[in-house]
Design a protein around this ligand. Sequence first.
Ligand SMILES: [Zn+2]
Ligand SMILES: [Zn+2]
Length: 254
Amino acid sequence: MTQDDAHHETPEARGYTRRQRLVNLIGLAVFALLSLHRGHHIWSAMDEHAISAWWIPLGVFLALPFADFLSGFVHWAADNWGRGDWPILGGFIQPFRNHHVDPLDMTRHGPIERHGDNCVASLPLFVAAFLAGPGPLSEVFWGSFWLASAYWIIATNQFHAWAHMTEVPGWVAWLQRHRLILSPEHHDRHHLPPHGDAYCITNGWMEAPLRWLRFFDLLDAIIERICGLPPRRRRGPEHADARDTGLQSMKRAQ
Ligand SMILES: [Zn+2]
Ligand SMILES: [Zn+2]
């Protein structure tokens, strides 16, 4: 499917393949099982060692800007590097490309399509949650931090979808107004071509520090130096044939 074909009514027509749906379903099931297991472990450690329950909300709160950073990093990578027709990984890249063509399409996604990719993408955070420790206090705090990070990542697609909706429940509008979740005003900046700004889509808190550090510009410069192609948003007509071949050309150059 090309980007120009993105405005279709069925998931299959816009490129949401049965394989990607299966990957999403497995991701959702594994995510649910792992989070139940980790949640039980954190609760048991807190109970057994009489650790203050306040460590949990602290971990949950600190996980929010961390998830915002991760959302920006993944979004920047998918928008600018790699190809939508790569096996497996392309299934995660293409929705970001489609989103620039038809931003409202994601508001029509069902729950599996909306949350499945992020469930899969957040599974590595469970490895960190399993490694939390040593010691019960560290297990409770870091276990909560990593588990909450995974949940904030899942919530990110919902926050993103709400930022594109013209009507949202009153409490969602309140959260948006107070910048606790992604606001439409903040996210609108990303949808201005060439889509090179405001990558963070959980609540946008990390946008200013990352811009100050020139974080994504620096990463782009490193990859551009290695593979010889600019990021996708800066590719002009002279790179038309190589529009999506950033990492492939890197392989060729090695
Ligand atoms: Zn984007
Ligand atoms: Zn968007």
